[in-house]
Design a binder for this molecule. Structure first.
Ligand code: GLA
Length: 380
């Protein structure tokens, strides 16, 4: 549980005075549209109640002072000495200040005290949550008038170029732009964003989010390898990005490599599923999301090859226990699944997954039910 009072107290100890405010960035689940963002495709995430919060204030020296409440660790760097590739956890905060600087914005010294209840490495965008909270804080502290989509791009620049994870825009766009009770349909090429209502409770559904506790990371090789395969396939096909495949069979017939064929099949089919999910959600037929979630999972498992045993077991058990549809969410190789359930059923479905994990010798998963929450901003 987040504790804003401990955050304030820690801030006062570090900075010697009250923070100028508290800013937050939420985690997210991606309803559908996985590994499509860096292929100029479509995504449909929603923000979570779980969030990163920073207590922040300006300073009169030349330092960026960062403190993590969870780790009880303090890092300070001179503003002029921010170095991409450094900082561990503090890189997610310092990276944003660096990204603002290199994007031509004038920012000054600050104290940033961080807390977060977004599980780490669970595919719920714990890093984007921090980045987007810090963008919001720095914009208010230093009067920067930056549009939401540009804020998301700055947060992504921090992730890509300072932290060194070659991700797309999905997480930062979700954490910045989402609205309560809505999903965010985003065209990652035109950057057109549409808020789509997701009245799950009204229609008798809830979304179970279950963390398999198999941790993952995007800084390591597999994510980058998938991305390079997509770029390679697009180059062979002579198109700017896999978004531009118009005839899947023709594209597949022009690729000799079986692995590339599978990667392309996932991206192209996932883009169509995401477009379909957008239509279905726009028309308020939420039950029809279920088969799309199932098909997305099968595609990530068989074609994109980014699921792992625990994730597949969780998805299969969720369905067997009565979920209408389920899929892994996020970058993959572990992390969370989402399952569309009838209202009130999520907990017992999760219990069945916990039993299955126990029988298979896996650790205990953790879970909650999620409703779409609002994007980054000022908390107080
Ligand atoms: C991670 C990345 C996103 C996106 C997803 C997969 O969350 O940060 O940009 O590529 O994986 O959909």
């Amino acid at each position: 549980m987040l504790d804003p009072e401990s955050l304030r107290t820690a801030y006062v100890e570090i900075a010697g005075g009250e923070p100028e405010g508290l800013w937050f960035g939420p985690g997210r689940v991606n309803l559908i549209g996985e590994h499509t963002d860096y292929n100029d495709g479509f995504v449909l995430p929603f923000a979570l109640e779980k969030k990163a919060v920073v207590a922040a204030g300006r300073r009169s020296d030349d330092l960026l002072v960062m403190y993590s409440l969870e780790l009880q660790e303090r890092v300070e760097v001179p503003l002029a000495g921010l170095e991409p590739g450094t900082g561990g956890w503090s890189g997610y905060l310092a990276g944003v200040v660096w990204a603002l600087q290199v994007s031509g914005h004038t920012v000054g010294p600050a104290t940033l005290v961080l807390t977060s209840d977004v599980p780490l490495g669970a595919g719920l965008s714990s890093s984007a949550a921090i980045e987007c909270a810090v963008v919001a804080a720095m914009c208010d502290l230093y009067d920067l008038d930056i549009e939401p989509m540009d804020r998301a791009k700055i947060a992504r620049l921090a992730e890509n170029s300072y932290v060194g994870a070659p991700t797309g825009l999905l997480d930062q766009a979700a954490s910045t732009l989402c609205e309560e009770d809505f999903g965010l349909f985003l065209d990652c090429r035109s950057l057109e964003a549409v808020h789509v209502p997701l009245p799950m409770a009204e229609q008798g559904f809830e979304m179970l989010v279950l963390d398999t506790k198999t941790p993952h990371s995007h800084v390591d090789g597999e994510y980058g390898a998938r991305r390079r395969s997509c770029e390679e396939a697009a180059a062979i096909l002579g198109i700017p990005a896999l978004r531009d495949v118009t005839d899947l069979d023709d594209a597949l017939s022009r690729l000799d490599d079986e692995v590339l064929r599978k990667r392309v099949r996932h991206v192209v089919s996932e883009n169509s599923r995401t477009l379909e999910a957008y239509e279905v959600a726009r028309e308020g037929r939420l039950a029809e999301l279920a088969p799309l979630l199932d098909a997305s999972h099968a595609s990530m498992r068989d074609d994109y090859e980014i699921t792992v045993d625990t994730v597949d077991l969780a998805v299969d058990t969720a369905r067997a226990a009565g979920a209408l549809g389920a899929r892994m969410t996020g970058g993959g190789f572990g992390g969370c699944i989402i399952a569309l359930c009838r209202t009130g059923a999520g907990d017992s479905i999760a219990g069945r997954i916990a039993d299955a994990f126990n029988e298979a010798g896996h650790g205990r998963p953790e879970w909650f039910t999620a409703t779409p929450a609002e994007g980054a901003g000022r908390l107080s």
